[in-house]
Design a protein around this ligand. Structure first.
Ligand SMILES: [Zn+2]
Ligand SMILES: [Zn+2]
Length: 416
């Protein structure tokens, strides 16, 4: 069959992702995606305060003619694209918030807001998802189903005392109508070469729980500890005991991390403190290990405090997030499409990481697939980790991100 005919046969029938059309449409929006990313990078906004970002997203989605819903979880936006062919509903999600970091890299698009920076690449996620919305809109006559574009605030966590992020999106029922049968997201990775896509089935990111331990003692003169109750040695013992718990009480083959990130107590060198507060984070790849750790922490903390006649209380801040679990069946249907579209060598299996994501909350309810988008470029010195003031990304990867999201959505609509 002549090439053109073969191509027409492939694209005319529902059930095949129009790789070539997606690639061409993505190439057409490439410059715009870079421009939007730089615009967002110059104007970073922290969680639940993404007003300018939300407006930019709304304006762009409206210009594409999509149905736009706002506000979603305070400052977020949803765009809905209904394809010309009947079919299921899938969702693509980007996070839109920045971090409280001062940028140190001297680039033309450097953050113009002191104390805020897109140090986790959410500017790129937003720009890439807008690009994917434009690509899929340009092909909507043939699109077999509906795509929900979710621009979510506060992935890094809402400000103290506020709710936000994925849990609030779900609580508001923002994904109930239309209800997606699959959800996808990508995240930039400075550990992966620019343009590569990393994936794995099962857990790809860990659960995340923020804990606070309050050890209560009784103040007295530092030279007469027996007349009070010293919480400092108890706190010190707790730090070691919690590491022993992780290392000795649970299967060594189950990945987990317990980090005590801060200890505060006392106000003078010669006064016994009346309380010490320890704060930290707990991570696990397996929901059962997460549960087990939370329970055993409680027992260890109470036991050690009691052994010294003090009391200690453990509390978790918010509900935390489960591990991000990639649905194995979904991965099996989507990854071959990505390999076909991007080239086999570009799509690589990666190991799970102990970082966390609130995308996990969606994936706990809807079959989900979360992939990494490589943005590393050693030759250009782009190697810094996310959440650092030097972080940057190789923008040549953005168009690959656009193709990845568009391909995942189309493939999911096709096979479901
Ligand atoms: Zn982050
Ligand atoms: Zn992030």
């Amino acid at each position: 069959m002549p090439l053109l005919l073969a191509y027409m046969a492939l694209t005319a029938v529902g059930g095949v992702v129009p790789d070539i059309d997606i690639e061409r449409a993505a190439a057409r929006v490439q410059d715009k995606v870079v421009e939007v990313r730089r615009d967002l990078h110059r104007h970073p906004e922290l969680g639940n305060r993404e007003h300018r970002t939300g407006k930019l997203v709304r304006d762009r989605l409206k210009a594409l003619g999509l149905e736009v819903r706002h506000p979603i979880a305070r400052t977020g936006v949803i765009g809905i694209l209904r394809g010309g062919e009947p079919g299921p509903v899938v969702a693509l999600r980007a996070d839109i918030d920045a971090l409280p970091i001062d940028e140190t890299r001297d680039v033309p698009y450097r953050s113009g807001t002191p104390g805020a920076m897109h140090a986790c690449g959410h500017d790129a996620h937003t720009a890439v998802l807008l690009g994917a919305a434009e690509v899929l809109t340009s092909l909507k006559d043939r699109l077999p189903g509906t795509v929900v574009f979710l621009f979510q605030p506060a992935e890094e966590g809402p400000p103290e005392g506020e709710t936000g992020g994925a849990p609030l999106v779900l609580e508001e029922g923002a994904l109930d109508d239309p209800k997606p049968s699959a959800i996808f997201a990508l995240h930039v990775s400075p550990l992966l070469e620019a343009g590569r896509i990393g994936w794995c089935e099962g857990p790809i990111l860990a659960s995340s729980d923020h804990f606070v331990i309050e050890v209560k003692g009784r103040k007295t003169h530092g030279a007469y500890p027996h007349t009070g109750l010293d919480p400092v040695p108890v706190a010190a013992e707790l730090v070691s005991a919690l590491q022993a718990l992780v290392a000795r009480e649970l299967d060594a083959q189950a990945p987990k991390v317990l980090t005590v990130g801060s200890i505060h107590g006392g106000n003078r060198f010669n006064i016994i403190a009346d309380a010490v507060t320890l704060e930290g984070t707990l991570r696990a790849l397996d929901p059962a290990v997460r549960r087990e750790l939370r329970e055993r922490m409680e027992r260890t903390i109470r036991g050690i405090a009691a052994a010294h006649g003090t009391t200690a209380e453990l509390r978790f801040v918010g509900p935390g997030h489960p591990p991000t679990l990639n649905d194995p069946t979904l991965a099996l249907t989507i990854v071959p499409a990505l390999e076909r579209a991007l080239g086999r060598g570009q799509v690589v299996r990666v190991r799970p990481e102990m970082g966390a994501e609130d995308f996990a909350d969606y994936a706990a309810r809807i079959p989900g697939l979360y992939v990494r988008l490589g943005v590393r470029n050693e030759a250009r010195g782009i190697t810094a980790m996310v959440h650092t003031p030097e972080f940057d990304l190789d923008e040549s990867a953005l168009v690959i991100g656009v193709r990845t999201l568009a391909t995942m959505a189309w493939q999911a609509l096709t096979v479901q």
